[in-house]
Unconditional design. Structure first.
Length: 319
C-alpha cells in the first residue's frame, strides 16, 4: 500500500476488481434463481425502496450526492446495526472514478472535509484515469496489483461472448474479489482506525470492488446483510453508467479497452456489466463463508483485523 497526495495523479477504473469472536451474528444473503418469481419480487421491492431512497433525504441527509462529474457518489451513513447503533453520516463515502469533476463541483467536494481517498483500482486504471480531487493535501491510498488480478475481460475469455457468458464471468469476479482485495480492504480499515476521515472508497464504477469493500465494512460494523444488499443495489438507481460514459469520451469505467469500446457491446451484455445484481454480492459472501467460516475468519486471516482493532473502528464510525 502506498500513500501519496492526490492531485492530477490518480486512478482508473474497472467494473471488476482485485479471531473476531465478538462480531455480531451474521445473517446470510441467500442466492435465488434469476428465473424464480421470488427473485423478481425481491428485486422489484428493493428497486422501489432504493428509488425512494435515492430521491429523498434520510434523516435530513442526502445519501446520493450529485456532482456534474461524479460517478455513483454516496454517503454510507444512517444505516442501523443489529445492536441498535447507527453508522455516522459524513465519515465514509463510496464512489466511482474521481477523474471528471467540474469546477462547479469543487466547492461541495471541499465541504465534505475529505482527508483520504482509498483507490481500489489497478495501476493501469490509475494511470489512464487519474483521480483529480480539488484539495492537494488529501492523502491517496493505492495498492499493488499482485498476480492474477481478477478482471471481467480475463474471466469472460472462459465463456461464450453472450449475456449469459458475461454474467458467469461477473460471478467469477465476485468470487475472486474478497481474497484478491485483502490488502486493499485492510488499507481501508487502517485508514478508518487511524481516524483519517472523512474517507472516499472508490474504484471505477463504484459498484464491484467498492461494492464488496463497503459490504465487508458494513457487516464488520454490524449492519444486517439485508440492509447491506439494499445499499449495494442502490447503484442501480444512483449510477447511470451509459450516460456517464457518453458524456466523457475517455471514460470506460475499466470494462473496455481501445479495441472494444464499451458502448459498442451488445445491449444485453452492457446490462449485465452495469447491473448491481444481488447474486453477484451473494457470491462474494458465499466465498467468505465457505472458505473462512464467516466474516470473523475472513477478517482475521485475510485482512488481519482483530477484535481490539475492530472495536476502535466501530467507535469511530458508529453513534
Amino acid at each position: 500500500m502506498t500513500a501519496e497526495c492526490a492531485s492530477d495523479e490518480g486512478d482508473t477504473s474497472d467494473v471488476s476488481d482485485g479471531g473476531c469472536s465478538a462480531l455480531l451474528p451474521i445473517s446470510p444473503v441467500s442466492r435465488l434463481s434469476l428465473a424464480s418469481p421470488a427473485y423478481a419480487q425481491r428485486c422489484a421491492t428493493i428497486a422501489l425502496m432504493n428509488e425512494a431512497l435515492g430521491q429523498a433525504a434520510v434523516d435530513g441527509r442526502d445519501r446520493v450526492l450529485k456532482f456534474e462529474g461524479g460517478c455513483n457518489f454516496r454517503d454510507i451513513g444512517g444505516y442501523a446495526t443489529r445492536d441498535g447503533r447507527t453508522v455516522r453520516w459524513g465519515q465514509v463515502y463510496r464512489a466511482g472514478v474521481l477523474t471528471y469533476f467540474s469546477a462547479g463541483d469543487h466547492g461541495t467536494l471541499r465541504r465534505l472535509n475529505v482527508r483520504s481517498l482509498c483507490d481500489l483500482r489497478r495501476a493501469e486504471e490509475r494511470s489512464k484515469e487519474p483521480s483529480r480531487w480539488p484539495d492537494a493535501t488529501v492523502a491517496s491510498l493505492s495498492f499493488g496489483d499482485g498476480t492474477n488480478a481478477p478482471t471481467i475481460r480475463g474471466f469472460a475469455a472462459n465463456y461464450s461472448p453472450s449475456a449469459a457468458g458475461t454474467r458467469s464471468a461477473m460471478l467469477d469476479v465476485y468470487k475472486a474479489l474478497p481474497v484478491w482485495m485483502g490488502a486493499r480492504i485492510g488499507g481501508m480499515f487502517e485508514c478508518i482506525e487511524a481516524g483519517n476521515l472523512s474517507l472516499v472508497v472508490h474504484c471505477a464504477a463504484g459498484k464491484d470492488r467498492t461494492g464488496v469493500a463497503i459490504a465487508i465494512l458494513l457487516e464488520a460494523l454490524g449492519v444486517p446483510r439485508e440492509t447491506i444488499l439494499e445499499d449495494y443495489l442502490l447503484t442501480n438507481v444512483a449510477g447511470d453508467f451509459e450516460e456517464f460514459i457518453r458524456g466523457r469520451n475517455d471514460a470506460d469505467l475499466g470494462v473496455a479497452d481501445h479495441h472494444h469500446p464499451l458502448l459498442s457491446l451488445p445491449a444485453d451484455i452492457r446490462r449485465v456489466l452495469f447491473a448491481a445484481d444481488a447474486d453477484y454480492l451473494a457470491t462474494s459472501f458465499e466465498e467468505i463463508d465457505g472458505r473462512f467460516g464467516n466474516l470473523h475468519g475472513y477478517l482475521e486471516q485475510v485482512v488481519g483485523l482483530n477484535e481490539a482493532r475492530l472495536r476502535k473502528i466501530r467507535d469511530r464510525l458508529l453513534s
